[in-house]
Design a protein around this ligand. Structure first.
Ligand SMILES: Cc1cc2nc3c(=O)[nH]c(=O)nc-3n(C[C@H](O)[C@H](O)[C@H](O)COP(=O)(O)O)c2cc1C
Length: 203
């Protein structure tokens, strides 16, 4: 089967079904008037070492046409925290994903604990094993008028990691217990791990 994205109804579901598993950024932000927000984004990845940059991409609008809070808050003050989602907090993460009004704090909705960040105003998530304090590098607007998307590029300026899961530079993934997103409401663990030595070319 060949699929032309322009003519295939609902191509977004095919796309997010084949680009899997996707890591999940659990993004905390705060508006200039002090509303705290916490929401998951699986259009997420690390894209540069120096400076250390991460990206996530948000639809501009919710299904009822309101600006998404995370994007709006980052546009206001250029700060956010990416908290890594592991299996201990995946159900709480899911609770935060409804389109709550902007004055609803999803930390409260999901019974999660916010703690102060060191260098940015948005709080970090205590229950997450990794928190990345980020300053906005830039937002790139993508998409069409009907489906505008904000690609947020952020520089990590401070990273917090649970001592239990790091040794030197090595991350213990059995302890990190990351969760990936598959299509729709499906997720995956990372229990079935294997090693593959990379070849070197000696031409
Ligand atoms: C696991 C998961 C991943 C998600 N990834 C994205 C994403 O990459 N981009 C997006 O726009 N919405 C994504 N959503 C939906 C948002 O989390 C949802 O619209 C949320 O209400 C946005 O909140 P905000 O308006 O408070 O920022 C995802 C939802 C879940 C459960």
């Amino acid at each position: 089967m060949k699929i032309n994205p322009k003519t295939f109804e609902g191509f977004n579901r095919v796309l997010t079904g084949v680009v899997v598993p996707r890591p999940i950024a659990f993004v905390s932000t705060i508006s200039n008037s002090g509303n705290v927000n916490l929401s998951p984004y699986s259009f997420f990845n690390a894209v540069s070492y120096d400076p250390p940059l991460i990206i996530f991409s948000s639809s501009k609008f919710t299904s009822d046409g309101k600006l998404k809070d995370s994007l709006s808050n980052i546009e206001q003050n250029g700060e956010f925290v990416v908290n890594i989602v592991n299996e201990n907090i995946v159900e709480a993460m899911n609770k935060t994903a409804a389109e709550y009004p902007e004055d609803v704090n999803e930390f409260d909705v999901a019974n999660l604990t916010q703690i102060d960040s060191d260098l940015v105003k948005p709080p970090r998530l205590s229950e997450s094993p990794v928190n990345m304090e980020c300053k906005l590098e830039r937002i790139i607007t993508l998409g069409t008028e009907a489906h505008p998307q904000g690609l947020v590029i952020g520089e990590i300026i401070q990273l917090h990691i649970d001592d239990e899961i790091i040794s030197g530079h090595r991350i213990n993934h059995e302890k990190l217990k990351p969760v990936g997103r598959l299509a729709g409401n499906m997720y995956t663990h990372t229990y079935d791990v294997f090693e593959l030595m990379r070849p070197s070319y000696e031409g």
